[in-house]
Design a binder for this molecule. Structure first.
Ligand code: PLP
Length: 409
């Protein structure tokens, strides 16, 4: 008899954004007069830039001609894109990443969710709290997180990130085997300085742990003291993998393209006391379960590395960061404390008067038809905070701030 994976039965409720969407739907139905403005889910609003759409059109034409048609591509991604990434995202910053260490995919969500398949079920996993939920849920579904008890997983190590510690996680008392770090951070919008990241790399080296570094928002960094890649830190090439996405960098949330870097120098303990190459394990996994991101999409991603493409996406990013500055200013004017929004498109806001984060979410929705994301949905330490995204249009952002300003908080 077919039996289900029992770990799924332990999963709490539905995915955070599905819960938020259901509440927003119910509000819309009962309040059709005032249109909802969402600064909740972090989806981009700027259309694809012209360099990207031109590359897409050209690639579609190629696919329609017998002499340039392409069928299955390399599972790891086309060399033209891997070379462009290695050159522009890494070597231009003095970081030695080889194109052979880069794996193209159709999203970072799947990469950060799938990578745990390569780790033993006995591994202890540490996540920052609050956290992008995919790291937690993918480990829980695999059976590595223990049981869901009173809002926490019994076998996960939570690394609190709150205003009290400046959103910099402290080292846990017991060393984990896998550590998920996401910087610039979703949801808090905060960053790690070079020294703080170097301390985590040293920690991972000392404990033979692996850091899964999610740099999905790297393109939003502008402070020169904030590293763009974990591989800027000496020694990280032995203990880290890095995931990046074109979703937020270039508006690819609907088009789908991302990549993961696994240096050939990352080796983890294998059976019989022998080390194994994590890169070769991932290659084996991808070539078995994945057939590659579409050719036309990889050509579109390549276009952001041309001078025109790079300038165009910089324009979109600076538009979002203008929104972020306005949100920071607007919420501060209301007397609310906030963080992030300087090197990241998210603003993390402390709820007024010690209100719960779902309570504040409900207040904004009912009084202003305004959607934010309740911090508690990202982990226990998100209680008492909400997240605003800067990915709205300038008009939506201005309207949202106007509505916020009209509330007496
Ligand atoms: N990692 C983080 C931290 C994210 O916030 C997101 C989503 O925006 C992703 C990964 C997923 O990116 P993708 O659209 O490439 O799946």
């Amino acid at each position: 008899m077919i039996q289900s994976n029992e770990n799924y039965a332990k999963m709490p409720g539905s995915y955070l954004f599905a819960t938020v969407a259901a509440k927003v739907r119910a509000h819309r139905e009962s309040n059709p007069a005032l249109p909802v403005i969402s600064l909740g889910i972090g989806d981009v609003t700027s259309p694809l830039v012209p360099a990207v759409t031109s590359a897409l059109h050209a690639a579609v034409e190629e696919m329609g001609q017998a002499d340039s048609f392409r069928g299955y591509g390399p599972e790891q991604g086309y060399a033209f894109l891997r070379e462009a990434i290695a050159r522009h995202d890494y070597r231009s910053r003095g970081v030695n990443v080889d194109a052979d260490d880069i794996f193209i995919s159709d999203g970072s969500k799947c990469d950060v969710g799938n990578i745990q398949e390569l780790f033993s079920l006995s591994c202890r996993v540490a996540v920052t709290d609050p956290v992008y939920p995919v790291y937690v849920d993918s480990n829980a579904m695999a059976g590595r997180a223990g049981d869901w008890i009173d809002g926490r997983w019994s076998r996960l190590t939570y690394l609190p990130c709150t205003a009290e510690n400046g959103f910099v996680p402290d080292f846990p008392t017991e060393a984990p085997d896998v550590i998920y770090l996401c910087y610039p951070n979703n949801p808090t919008g905060t960053v790690l300085s070079r020294d703080a990241l170097a301390a985590w790399v040293d920690y991972a080296r000392a404990h033979r742990a692996l850091i899964v570094y999610d740099a999905a928002y790297e393109a939003y960094i502008h402070n020169p003291d904030v590293p763009h890649s974990i591989f800027e830190i000496p020694g990280a090439e032995e203990v880290a993998v890095e995931c990046r996405s074109f979703s937020n960098t270039a508006g690819f949330t609907g088009l789908r393209c991302a990549f993961t870097v696994i240096p050939g120098t990352v080796r983890i303990a294998g059976p019989n006391g022998k080390d194994v190459s994590l890169r070769e394990m991932w290659r084996r996994r991808q070539s078995t379960k994945y057939n590659g991101c579409p050719y036309i999409v990889q050509r579109a991603a390549e276009a952001i590395y041309t001078p025109e493409g790079a300038a165009q996406i910089r324009g979109c990013i600076s538009g979002y960061m203008d929104n972020a500055a306005r949100i920071r200013e607007g919420v501060s004017r209301l007397g609310l404390e906030c963080w992030g929004g300087v090197d990241a498109p998210y603003i993390w806001v402390r709820t007024p008067g010690g209100m719960g984060s779902w309570e504040f979410f409900a207040l904004l929705l009912s009084q202003a038809s305004l959607v934010c994301t309740p911090g508690e949905g990202f982990g226990p330490c998100g209680a008492g905070y909400v997240r605003f995204t800067a990915f709205g249009t300038p008009e939506q952002t201005a309207q949202a701030l106007e509505r916020l300003g009209s509330l007496s908080l």
